[in-house]
Design a binder for this molecule. Sequence first.
Ligand code: PEP
Ligand code: MN
Length: 263
Amino acid sequence: MMTTSPISLSETVQVGGNTLLLMAGPCSVESYEQTRAVAQAVRAQGLSVLRGGAFKPRTSPNSFQGLGLAGLKILRQAADEFGLLVISEALGVEQLPLVAEYSDIIQIGSRNMQHFPLLWAAGEQPKPVLLKRGFMSTIAEWLAAAEHIASRGNQKIILCERGIRSFDPSTRNVLDVTAIAHIKQNTPFPIFADPSHATGRADLVPAASRAALAAGADGLIVEVHPNPAAALSDGDQSLPLSDLPAFVNEMRQLSAALGRSLA
Ligand code: PEP
Ligand code: MN
């Protein structure tokens, strides 16, 4: 059994300690109005981190690719208005400084888990990094990827289980709850879960979230949208903002039952 080494995200926000963290926001930043509405709802629930993609790793080049720099600016503005921290994904080495300039936490996505130059660049800058598990990567490969970041100097690494590919099309991926327990018990890294990408279905997000927290996750990163049916990406798995209060309330009660609390 190894104890988790907590990481400070700001002067008041920490991950990996007794307090669980719930990061929430849209898959993609689509507009100022959309992002501001989400930031307001996130703040109203007492949460402290806003997620949102500005550079999107889409399977098809015909899908919405994100607003890029304009998206980062929207995200920062909306977060600042409500006193929130920002997490956003960097797709490549050349855009990492830009993402770091506008975000408090840098997300490295599932498709980039073994993008070694990106891992090295993330290791050579000071912002915390959330490293998602490759959807076809073993736990050992994932931990080796984290070591690539750490070896360049940055020890502020949060791991995120976001589901792995299986034979079953009923869900987008399979949430590897065992991986969460393994990381928690055998490594010093705080471990998060992403129930949205793991399931691909908003109706399964609460149950997957409960399972993740029960297995020892230090927090969740969840997709929410003012109008999921109109989302430019991942609408099927996004909770409507109207569901956020009940969801957060449920996670708070579960956290208490687990002897932890939710920030
Ligand atoms: C996302 O967070 O929107 C995303 C693209 O996640 P993943 O890298 O896990 O697919
Ligand atoms: Mn998404």
